[in-house]
Design a protein around this ligand. Sequence first.
Ligand code: G1P
Length: 326
Amino acid sequence: MTRHVHLRFAMAFGGHTIRPMSSRITKAVIPAAGLGTRFLPATKAIPKEMLPVVDRPAIQYVVEEAVEAGLSDVLMITGRNKTTLENHFDRVAEIEALLEARGETEKLDRVRAATNLADVHYLRQGDPLGLGHAVLRAYQHVGHEPFAVLLGDDIMAGGSLLSRMIEVHEATGASVVALQEVDPAMISSYGVAAYDASSSVEDGVPGAGPDTIQITGLVEKPALEDAPSNYAVIGRYLLRPEVFGVLEQTKPGAGGEIQLTDALQVLAANREELGGVVGVVYRGRRFDTGNKLDYIKAIVELAVDDPKLGPALSPWLKQFAASIGE
Ligand code: G1P
């Protein structure tokens, strides 16, 4: 009850302080409580976030991305079966001692990198009521500060999307979501943005710079004919804390789940009181590792990029591609 009142207070109070949210953004929330059913039986005993991509579990790429953008306080919202996740970001004294004794310093550095990367906290989601519910669980940890949400399935290769989103938040005071133009055939798998087309995407929202759009509404997983645009929300968000108060009031939506998209729709529709939502259009590479085909592509592309593996893999890959023809 106390928490309930407090959230409402935060929301009402936030209504008068739209612009300078001067506190530097330091916190990232990573929802990682999904069951990974698309990867069964591989994910029967290990979480999907721990599936390896080249030489690291998928989740490590996401934590590295947060840290690169200056967000070293990471809260993972986990579920059952996630102890391996916690173990991965913790020390393993025996392995470190062994590598040290053998003088295998390069391996030792790589093992330690995962441990020293960030200050990682864990919270269990409890009931799996949807992404919006997972984000609401972060309230106690985040408090009244803007924060980032990174979905554990998405790996963004190259570029500095998150830093750009922080810049846009600082310039506009709005919540910010990452968008990608997707094939219409895929649109119903995403949250989709309606936007104000009065300024061109190239020029962007005044003050926010190129490749930004003012979002006027958001809809979760629309049928193709109902999709307001081809701009899909991809797994990176920078949210004003008012989202917690809105999420508390958000009823289950698409799929019977409490949807983050539905709360963002409220923020977008209440620009004066809640700061609005700006979209940053991302044109870099993104892999949805929750999808088998994209997971395989991520491994191949990132291995080709790897300075040690790439030179040996690329010629083999060309030969193999030629052998299977068109
Ligand atoms: C979630 C969000 C959706 C977003 C997508 C990006 O959906 O609910 O709005 O577009 O992530 O990957 P999910 O993929 O969990 O079904």
